[in-house]
Design a protein around this ligand. Structure first.
Ligand SMILES: *[C@@H]1O[C@H](CO)[C@@H](O)[C@H](O)[C@H]1NC(C)=O
Ligand SMILES: *[C@@H]1O[C@H](CO)[C@@H](O)[C@H](O)[C@H]1NC(C)=O
Ligand SMILES: *[C@@H]1O[C@H](CO)[C@@H](O)[C@H](O)[C@H]1NC(C)=O
Length: 447
């Protein structure tokens, strides 16, 4: 039923890609855990009547099955009125085949999992969903409701085949975790800032085959983080993927984003800071396709939406941007390359290559480089690392800019004042790339 990453490589022959070099996922398989013990929430006073609070039943089932067992939430409709904090699991899984509807209104996290190892959270029917009904907050202009899902200090784990809809605040955050795999997920939120898709600050992670619709972070890395591979991501009307906001003592290294499709978003990739200190090194941004985005490559170390933090600037170094295609919304207004580095900490060793994007409006576009050193586009070579500022106007159309689109690009956003429907999980997240693992529902039907 579970395809190992090594086996799955063979399923993605069209684009160069590879699983990470570090280990991810639970160390004990689901069948072994299920063979030990299954705690079905229906046996803990849970009722799939879409009105009884399922929170206490999930907590009781967790208490009994958090070591060497499985918490099972069968298909059906459940109401979640009181949030759950699930702590101290070891060799455990939560199989969530039902749909959970938020009915409570506290802040915090609807589902919070912490201090847990060898863990899997998934649905076997690829239909497990949480409906956050965030619009009930957003229609009054409030973003103060709960997040849907947070993992903290969780190691050797996977989260997959889940659908998270309309979070009152963020959809999914993973912090201080390690050796985790997140895949085959659909996240769909309101068309507003503050409704982040996936935020991660962790080590040795693999996040792949995920679709995000919202108007803020698609899949975003924060500090501190080390060794994260983000692959096959469909930002299907979003804010776009990013790094940050970065402030003081930033410590981020060895991060790769590959096969990122961005449609009608704020940006294809942004690094955002204003002042600050510390380092980002070893960042690879390869195989990006974008259409209709305001910004494309947007490194902004004087980001005006963030208040200035202490320090001369975060040092950005060893960053490779390659194979970007598509079109930006208006290249005269916001060109596809903006590398605005901190004058107090000029960027070093940046490479921009095979970058072929063109504008949807007008007949020219700009590249902006400020205090950025390396090769390609408007970057300055050499190593005197002094402050400079340059804008290049590009009038010739790059020959190879056109690229495939996704069939299901969203044509108008979901609003923030009415119910957002629960989607199904797509089976394609980047043109020409086959997901690493088939959906759990397909794996179990063919097993
Ligand atoms: C479950 O209840 C919510 C309201 O909390 C409602 O919007 C939803 O349609 C119900 N689900 C079903 C399947 O009836
Ligand atoms: C630059 O970053 C890449 C990707 O993380 C890494 O493989 C490489 O070793 C780094 N190079 C240097 C000189 O640190
Ligand atoms: C993109 O989002 C829209 C709206 O949610 C949806 O109709 C479409 O199917 C999505 N595309 C894919 C490939 O899932």
């Amino acid at each position: 039923m579970f395809v190992s990453p090594l086996l799955a490589i063979g399923l993605a022959p069209l684009l160069a890609s590879a699983a990470p070099s570090w280990s991810v996922g639970p160390t004990t398989d689901y069948a072994t855990k299920a063979g030990n013990k299954i705690c079905n929430v229906l046996n803990y006073d849970g009722v799939a009547d879409n009105s009884t609070d399922i929170g206490p039943a999930i907590s009781s089932a967790w208490d009994d099955c958090k070591s060497d067992g499985v918490v099972y939430i069968p298909s059906g409709d459940y109401a979640l009125e009181s949030w759950v904090t699930l702590s101290g699991g070891k060799s455990t899984a939560i199989r969530m085949d039902g749909t959970i509807y938020r009915t409570g209104s506290d802040g915090g996290n609807m589902i919070f999992i912490e201090h847990t190892s060898d863990f899997e959270l998934f649905s076997s029917n690829s239909e497990g969903a949480v409906q956050g009904f965030g619009y009930e907050f957003h229609k009054d202009g409030s973003l103060s409701g709960p997040r849907i899902l947070r993992l903290y200090e969780v190691t050797d784990f996977s989260v997959h085949d889940l659908i998270l809809v309309d979070a009152p605040a963020f959809h999914f955050s993973l912090d201080t975790c390690s050796n985790g795999e997140v895949y085959n997920m659909a996240i769909r939120g309101g068309d507003s800032g503050g409704l982040d898709g996936i935020d991660v600050w962790s080590d040795e992670m693999w996040i792949h085959d995920v679709e995000v619709t919202n108007k803020d972070e698609c899949v975003t890395v924060k500090s501190p983080s080390k060794s994260i591979l983000v692959e096959n991501i469909y930002c299907n009307w979003s804010g776009g993927c990013a790094m940050g906001s970065l402030s003081t003592d930033v410590d981020i290294s060895d991060i790769t984003y590959r096969n990122i499709y961005t449609w009608s978003s704020n940006q294809m990739y942004m690094i955002k800071s204003n002042g600050g200190s510390g380092t980002v090194s070893g960042l690879v941004l390869e195989n990006f396709i974008g259409y209709g985005n305001a910004y494309s490559l947007d490194i902004d170390q004087a980001w005006s939406s963030m208040s200035m933090t202490d320090g001369d600037g975060v040092q950005l170094e060893n960053i490779t941007i390659s194979n970007w295609k598509g079109t930006e919304a208006d290249g005269a207004q916001r060109g596809p390359i903006k590398v605005n580095c901190a004058s107090g900490a000029p960027c070093k060793d940046i490479t921009i290559k095979d970058f072929e994007m063109w504008t949807e409006e007008g007949d020219y576009q700009t590249y902006i480089c400020n205090s950025a050193y390396g090769s390609g586009a408007c970057l300055q070579d050499g190593d005197d690392y002094t402050e400079y500022s340059t804008t290049v106007t590009v009038t010739s159309v790059p020959t190879g800019y056109s690229a495939a689109t996704m069939a299901g690009d969203l044509s108008t956003a979901f609003g923030t004042d009415s119910v957002i429907p629960i989607p199904t999980i797509p089976t394609s997240f980047y043109p020409g790339a086959t997901p690493y693992s088939v959906l759990a529902v397909q794996a179990s039907s063919s097993a």
